[in-house]
Write a new protein. Structure first.
Lengths: 404, 58
């Protein structure tokens, strides 16, 4: 677009310009007023400006004339005779019409920018208000910079609106989650949102100790679940072992009874020999066979044999005032407490679900029943315990114990 | 001479400052950028946020 002010316009063979004529524009003026009587060519000047600027003649439009370019040239002229030249201080732009009515400008880059407001358009513009007024006049006012900035603002508003919708959706979802959690937690009194706000305001480090403790409990539970199978297997094995032990103890008791029957006489014999040797410690030969081969240390060997046979003798051990008392059968187990005869019993029920504890106690009982812990030193005492008979715990290891 | 864009930008900025949507300091800078069509979305947002922050302090 050439921004220079026009200096003159020359119109030839266009509309009423049967002869070429030129209009000179006053230099340095931004406004030019053309006035005159009807038919003096005012509209032809406007048509010339519109032809060179927009390639058309608006005064003929909307009149039902069909193809308009056949009316562009003057009477007695042809379309190719039409010429409009607009000159500025720097360049002259000329518009011509081809045989087919096409408009060409030369040079095309210097075509002036022309807006024509005819009577109807002026009346419409006057009657328009508000935003429509801006639409009507915006082609005359260059506020493209403001429009670009406004587009950026409009895009920002659109983005912010989208973000607001997203946030609103998220808030609604979170609110629903909080309310669901509130219901799952037992619907305590108060507003769940207010409670959530208060909780969210707390220092997150306060929860770390609780979280760590819960993690430890969870891991311990998992480990316990992992050991449960082993515990069950070990329990079954222990049952088998206990059964085998029962059988072995029964067999041992039977063998012991047999041995004890013969051992009494043998022990009496050994005690007689011991008494004989006590009266004659200088004996140098066996009084029966008179052999001197094993006479040395004979008294000691007799003592050793007596000691070995003592457990098989029929003589009962000396009581120390302790005995096991059966408290109550529980889940197939019987509770025994070694007490003094005058001690008041303080029974404690055995939890039926604590099999592991019972097993531990059973092991303890087995330990108590081991030869090293019993004065008479015999495992068959366990059989006595099972039958609810007396038992003879060592006074230093007295405690509650349970056997099945 | 003031262009239509500059005149409109001046009026817009005056209105935004009066409504507390833009600080007077930003108005001077944004008026010329707005008239030239160089105001980006982040410029608008920053200007409005600064104005709201200033309003909140009051």
């Amino acid at each position: 677009m050439n921004s220079s002010s026009p200096t003159k316009i020359t119109i030839d063979s266009l509309r009423g310009a049967t002869n070429p004529f030129t209009v000179n524009f006053e230099k340095g003026k931004k406004l030019t007023v053309i006035y005159g009587e009807n038919g003096t060519g005012k509209s032809t000047i406007c048509d010339g400006l519109e032809l060179i600027g927009n390639g058309k003649i608006g005064s003929l439009e909307n009149r039902g004339l069909g193809k308009l370019n056949r009316y562009w040239h003057s009477l007695g002229k042809s379309a190719s005779d039409v010429s409009v030249t607009l000159e500025t201080a720097t360049v002259a732009c000329r518009a011509t019409v081809g045989k087919n009515g096409e408009v060409s400008t030369n040079p095309p880059d210097h075509c002036p920018r022309v807006e024509i407001l005819r009577r109807m358009q002026i009346l419409s513009l006057v009657a328009t208000t508000g935003a429509e007024l801006y639409s009507a006049i915006k082609r005359f006012i260059d506020v493209s910079g403001i429009e670009a900035s406004e587009d950026a603002l409009r895009g920002l508003i659109k983005d912010m609106t989208g973000s607001l919708d997203t946030v609103a959706t998220s808030v609604q979802s979170n609110r629903k989650a909080i309310e669901n959690f509130w219901q799952e937690a037992g619907q305590q009194q108060g507003d769940p949102i207010a409670r959530a706000r208060a909780e969210s305001a707390r220092d997150p480090h306060e929860f770390e100790a609780d979280i760590n403790a819960l993690d430890e409990i969870r891991m311990a539970y998992e480990r316990m679940n992992g050991c449960l199978g082993d515990l069950t297997t070990a329990n079954a094995q222990l049952e088998v072992i206990l059964d085998e032990l029962d059988d072995a103890l029964t067999t041992l008791e039977e063998q012991r009874s047999k041995i004890s029957a013969n051992a009494t006489e043998f022990v009496a014999l050994l005690e007689s020999a011991k008494a004989y040797l006590k009266n004659d410690p200088s004996l140098s030969a066996c009084p029966l066979c008179e052999s001197t081969e094993n006479a040395t240390g004979l008294a000691n060997r007799i003592d050793q044999r007596l000691s070995d046979f003592m457990p098989f003798s029929r003589r009962k051990p000396k009581e120390r005032g302790w005995r096991a008392t059966r408290i109550a059968p529980t889940n197939g187990w019987r509770t025994f407490i070694p007490v003094r005869p005058s001690t008041r019993l303080n029974s404690r029920p055995v939890d039926q679900n604590t099999n592991g504890r019972l097993i531990w106690i059973c092991r303890r009982a087995l330990r108590l029943c081991s030869p090293s812990s019993w004065r008479i030193g015999l495992a068959p005492q366990l059989t006595c315990l099972r039958a609810g008979s007396k038992c003879w715990p060592n006074s230093r290891t007295r405690s509650n114990f349970w056997v099945r | 001479m003031e262009s239509p864009s500059q005149a409109l930008a001046r009026k817009i900025v005056e209105k935004l400052v009066a409504d507390g949507l833009m600080t007077p300091d930003d108005a001077k800078k944004l008026e010329s950028k707005g008239a030239d069509g160089k105001l980006r979305a982040e410029d608008w947002r920053l200007a409005v946020e600064k104005a709201m922050e200033l309003e909140a302090k009051r």
